[in-house]
Design a protein around this ligand. Structure first.
Ligand SMILES: Cc1cc2nc3c(=O)[nH]c(=O)nc-3n(C[C@H](O)[C@H](O)[C@H](O)COP(=O)(O)O)c2cc1C
Length: 190
């Protein structure tokens, strides 16, 4: 199973770096798999730690993909890197070993400690739709325009029916990114 999370790491200058990232659990380890090139990868290799943030605020996912990185953070407990202030839970990780790969290395991490901050509020279809749309937007250069358009149209149904204000805002950012990309394509084809 893959869980979609927000990974926070520390830049060399000590600033926050925030990126949506999927993770797997295997043999007691948490495995992160960033595609090269990746700032998250560089930071984890240098600092040998990361924080996994479990959040239902889908604006963070949509925001990171659309150039909105200023999400409030607070200090981690054991690590120098910080966690999302809005995390329902966070996990502090230490890098154990690297399974290297020219495309997508696998970072095997040990859990130092896991912290809960707020209860799981329940499933929401608009949140799932925003996550799917975020994945589509992260692949705009790789996917056919018709596929992106038809999948966004389907996902819009769940957003219209079940979104709250956070989900609507996130959805609008992603729609704008997809529209801007369509515009760029038309211009370069003209
Ligand atoms: C839900 C979601 C999951 C993602 N999972 C991954 C992942 O597992 N590996 C990856 O390289 N990028 C993933 N991405 C895309 C990265 O967040 C994005 O490319 C980001 O810029 C990572 O690069 P960075 O480490 O340089 O910040 C995901 C995006 C979304 C929306």
């Amino acid at each position: 199973m893959i869980l979609e999370t927000i990974v926070t790491t520390r830049t060399e200058a000590g600033a926050d770096h925030i990126a949506p990232m999927g993770l797997r659990e295997q043999d007691g380890f948490t495995i992160l798999s960033p595609f090269r090139p990746s700032a998250t990868l560089e930071h984890i290799l240098r600092e040998r730690c990361a924080i996994v943030n479990l959040t239902d605020d889908v604006r963070v996912f949509a925001g990171c993909l659309t150039g909105r990185y200023a999400w409030p953070t607070v200090p981690g407990v054991h690590l120098a890197c910080r966690r999302l202030a809005s995390a329902l839970a966070h996990v502090e990780l230490a890098l154990d070993h690297v399974e290297d790969d020219p495309v997508r290395p696998r970072l095997w991490c040990r859990t130092i400690e896991r912290y809960s901050h707020a209860p799981f509020a329940g499933f929401n279809r608009a949140q799932a739709a925003v996550l799917e749309a975020a994945i589509l937007v992260s692949r705009l250069d790789m996917l056919p325009a018709e596929k992106v358009a038809s999948e966004l149209a389907y996902l819009a149904i769940a957003v219209e029916k079940t979104a709250g204000p956070r989900e609507r805002e996130a959805w609008e950012w992603l729609q704008a990114a997809a529209a801007a990309h369509r515009g760029d394509r038309k211009e370069s084809a003209a």
